[in-house]
Design a protein around this ligand. Structure first.
Ligand code: HAM
Length: 408
């Protein structure tokens, strides 16, 4: 039955998968908010031309990976492959591209038609930040601090790699050099001819070999740019954040200049990039907005979810029952408890299993406490609180005391 199949690379998420994803999202949100970033949500559909002009027509993403289609009015749209271009488009559309420094975060699904494998999906989730309007290396440092905080909170071991791409002029000079340098190779793919810097992340063995002896971007930086990069490295040293410089790191999207970076993990096999970003000072102007500097990153929520150790969820109270009458009472009791303290996780059991099976279920789901409401409890309005984690005698409590017990 074809219509019941999931689309390749777009799995349904449930059970432990979604628990891990939610945990990553929760830590991201908490961290973004602690740095005072504001949420921004843009649509998953945009005009395809937006990404051609930002991610770059010659990039792998736009050449091979974008989900594009014409709508009923023949407009060429695509599912967003990343979040930066949409956010920049939204800044311009909504007149938010003014001088004030802005700090935004976003979270949501992205789509790339890549070959699915461990850590690589066709619908995946990103969380990211964009810091608009500050050209200083302090802005770059701030977003690296956010990234580092999230990875530390999730207990993820990773390595930070940095590179510095200079500005449009140095990138153009480097591209000219690479064009000349690669001209000896016959049958150069179109994307390399169009944008020779793409040769740095080419998977073609011939190009890879040739590129291993090519000059790197750092030979094309001027003194100011070298100084800027040194400043960033110095600040990272001061903050005791480890990094290494990878002068071949150019990232797969065309909008970058200045500092670019990636965090890599050893636990993911080939898809080892868990987070990537950098500066994109020309993008807002390039898309028709004001000339504003910007920097940001996005992390792969699914990739992080694949490598975190899932902490077992602590659930609070399981309320069992023995028949219809006790179930109605139990439901009202659960409602009152949650009303008094909405941070508690309280299950009202709705099935017909015997008391033993109900307690087993409560235990296996990690509940700390359980009560079973039966005829005696209904009559006496006294509840026996079982501690499922510690070997302690049951606590007998009147309903009022029971409610107080769970108030804080
Ligand atoms: P990106 O490096 O293309 O950057 O993607 C960021 C992260 O998304 C990657 O490090 C990876 O963890 C995750 N990711 C990418 N593709 C997949 C996939 N097929 N399956 C699972 N995870 C994936 C950007 O998207 C830029 N917009 C980042 C940025 C923000 N730069 C400046 N601001």
């Amino acid at each position: 039955m074809n219509d019941l199949k999931t689309i390749r690379g777009m799995p349904d998420l449930y059970g432990e998968n979604i628990e891990a994803i939610s945990m990553v999202e929760k830590i991201c949100l908490k961290t973004f908010k602690s740095f005072n970033y504001q949420e921004f949500r843009t649509p998953v559909l945009e005009n395809k031309s937006l990404f051609d002009r930002s991610v770059g027509e010659s990039s792998d993403i736009m050449q091979k990976e974008v989900y594009e289609f014409k709508d009923r009015k023949d407009e060429l749209l695509c599912l967003r492959p990343e979040g930066t271009a949409g956010l920049v488009r939204a800044l311009i559309t909504n007149g938010l591209d003014n001088d004030e420094i802005k700090k935004f975060y976003y979270l949501g699904p992205m789509f790339r038609y890549e070959r699915p494998q461990k850590g690589r999906k066709r619908q995946f989730f990103q969380a990211g930040v964009e810091l608009i309007g500050d050209e200083s290396s302090d802005a770059d440092i701030e977003i690296i601090l956010i990234a580092n905080t999230i990875l530390k909170k999730l207990n993820i071991k990773s390595k930070l790699q940095l590179n510095y791409l200079g500005d449009q002029e140095s990138l153009e000079k480097y591209n000219e050099y690479l064009k000349e340098y690669l001209s000896g190779i016959s049958d150069l793919p179109k994307y390399v001819m169009k944008n020779p810097i793409r040769a740095l992340d080419s998977k073609d063995e011939g190009i890879k070999n040739k590129m291993s002896k090519a000059k790197s971007i750092k030979d094309f930086l001027n003194e100011n740019q070298i100084e800027e990069f040194n400043k960033t490295k110095y600040k990272l040293d001061e903050l005791e954040i480890d990094y290494s410089v990878n002068s071949r790191l150019v990232r797969g999207l065309d909008y970058y200049n200045g500092l670019v970076f990636e965090f890599l993990s050893d636990d993911l096999g080939a898809q080892n990039a868990i987070l990537g970003g950098g500066r994109y000072d020309g993008l807002i102007k390039g898309l028709g907005g004001r000339d504003l500097p910007a920097t940001g990153f996005a992390l792969g929520i699914d990739r992080l979810a694949d490598i975190i150790e899932l902490l077992s969820i602590e659930r609070d109270l399981f309320i069992g029952c023995v028949d219809k009458k006790s179930r109605t009472y139990a439901q009202a009791l659960g409602y009152k408890i949650r009303k008094n303290n909405n941070s508690l996780i309280v299950e009202n059991y709705l099935g017909n299993a015997n008391v033993g099976k109900q307690l087993k279920k409560a235990d296996s789901q990690g509940f700390k406490f359980a009560i079973i409401v039966g005829q005696d409890e209904l009559k006496s309005k006294t509840l026996k609180l079982k501690n499922l984690r510690e070997d302690k005698p049951d606590l007998e409590l009147k309903e009022k005391d029971f409610l107080e017990h769970f108030e804080c």
